[in-house]
Design a protein around this ligand. Structure first.
Ligand SMILES: [Mg+2]
Length: 255
């Protein structure tokens, strides 16, 4: 049966509690202060996500296998994601992970944190390659390779649009969940955007007047998706909530 709903989601800081790329950069790359400045410059439009992110990744020189191991030991899943994912699997709601991160890292973390059903999650992201004359498993041996030529590195809208352009009768209701700068290219493309409370994506949506709803964790996402799935609330009403909560000072960010 064709799915009536499809759930796209960011990975870092959305499915996981910490952003694995930030975590690598802060701990084994050029450090938190420089990374935060890069995020700020990206949000303010002074540097592209692609360039800022490549700088971050280039500052991490450990062998790739060590990076994966370091992250697998330190990154934690949102405690409610597995409950959401189980519900989605049982209700014919495909879950597609759209990431600005690198697929091998995301898949290794999902395998560890989600368990045996992890391979039913489709992962679309950037990748990794060896530098000339090196292998990825030696010091300074790897570099990030981007999915497309866009300033985002992985323009998430390119993955979302073919679904959005399906004829009305076949088109599933599209959800997207995200938290930050890597989600800017996805923010306008779906029917309902879940933006994480207190995070940069909210600042962006408010500034650009993009409808959204808030989430704190996957428990709040599951509750809202169930309400929509059961017809208790419309997608349109849900999408109007974010700006209302922001104006009431309840979105966890100030402008
Ligand atoms: Mg993120």
């Amino acid at each position: 049966m064709k799915p009536k709903f499809i759930f796209f989601t960011d990975f870092d800081g959305t499915i996981t509690l910490q952003d694995s790329n930030n975590y690598m950069t802060d701990n084994i790359g050029y450090g938190e202060a420089k990374r935060k400045q890069g995020n700020k410059d990206t949000l303010e439009g002074n540097i592209t996500f692609r360039d800022s992110f490549k700088d971050m990744m280039d500052s991490v020189t450990r062998p790739y296998s060590e990076c994966i191991e370091f992250l697998v030991q330190n990154i934690k899943l949102d405690p409610h994601f597995n409950e959401f994912y189980k519900w989605a699997l049982g209700n014919n709601v495909p879950v597609v992970v759209l990431t600005g991160g690198m697929e091998p890292i995301v898949k290794a973390l999902l395998e560890k944190l989600v368990g045996s059903d992890f391979d039913k999650l489709q992962v679309v992201g950037n990748n990794v390659a060896a530098r000339p004359g090196k292998t990825i498993d030696e010091e300074g041996g790897w570099t990030i390779t981007f999915r497309d030529e866009s300033e985002h590195g992985h323009d998430k809208s390119l993955t979302l649009r073919p679904y959005a352009e399906l004829p009305e009768s076949e088109r599933p209701v599209m959800f997207y969940a995200g938290d930050g700068v890597s989600d800017v290219s996805a923010a306008r493309e779906t029917d309902l955007l879940f933006a994480k409370k207190g995070e940069d994506l909210i600042t962006y949506c408010v500034r650009e007047d993009i409808p959204f709803t808030l989430f704190e964790n996957w428990k709040s996402i599951l509750e809202k998706v169930k309400q929509i799935y059961n017809g208790d609330i419309s997608v349109k009403d849900a999408a109007a909530e974010g700006h209302r909560l922001f104006k009431a000072g309840q979105a966890g960010v100030d402008m």
